[in-house]
Design a protein around this ligand. Sequence first.
Ligand SMILES: [Cu+2]
Length: 346
Amino acid sequence: MTDRARGRPASAARRALPWFLAAALLATVGVPSAAATMHVVRVAPEIGYGHPATGLTITINMTDAPGFLPSFANVPEASNATFDLVNQGNFTHTFTLSTVPNLHLSSSLTPNQLYAFFAANGSLANVSVAPHSSGTATVTFPASDALEQFEFVSLEPYQFQAGMYGFVNVTSTGPGVMVQEGTIGLPNVAFDPDVLAVNSTHYPVVVNVLVTNEGTTPHTFTVVPQSNVTLTPSNFTAYFTAHAPLANVNVPASTGGTVWANFTVSAVGVYQYLCEIPGHFAAGMDGLLYVGIAPPPVPAAPSTAIVEVWVLFGSAGLLGVGAVLAAIASFSGRFPAPPKSPGHGH
Ligand SMILES: [Cu+2]
């Protein structure tokens, strides 16, 4: 064998090698990018609620101020709420609950106009309570009432006009926010989801967020009080010194530990929330609460394929080029150029 003949197969492999390397490299770029798309899926669930789903009893006192005390109640969707009505005064009062969601009755209505409104629209409850006695109203709030608000009034003449009214806020059974931690702690802390939505058409709106710790590290759920303000890990401490948070709760440092953040949002906007524990925000522990604004659309579900299709085609193409070059090289090696001087053998 000549040196030339021995060199040829090595040369073919060497010529094809860069193409195989390029194909392998393209594949390794493609796999992580395909995997990364699985982590950018955003969900925007509605907000959780702060009461048991069944057997909810709410005591509402009636006074001669005249007024309801308290003048608001939070009730979860898809629940029965029992209102215990305690008349503490010397006058008769009614608890009359509107059927029309998100409607504030004008206090300029006359008693007759108020009667006419309830005559036309009906009521979810209408209980008259004599002085120093009590009554009960049980109302079912279906899931379709989630995040809606219903007004209750006293129909006794001029009590509503003097301020005897209140509101039932129907909250959602959404799961709220989970606090996630990786096994190695800090680099993996995150809120899940990092996008929340309150689909309210009525302000102010009461927002109740259940925050659950999936790990064992202390966290806070802290909401920026101004809409469309985006804080950074380097300025949030100074910002909160100047602006009290809308909500700021400590999440219990135990797996499954929960805390409610109950706060009132007065206007449409996007409100950032973050964890104040040093280092956590910088590690990515923040999110956005969309109130009355549709959150960004959820991207289409990512492919579950490990490698994206174009990567497979690209790799196959490069491998093909490599194979063709290798074949040409070995093919040409099999037919060496004819010897310059014929017929000399030993
Ligand atoms: Cu944290």
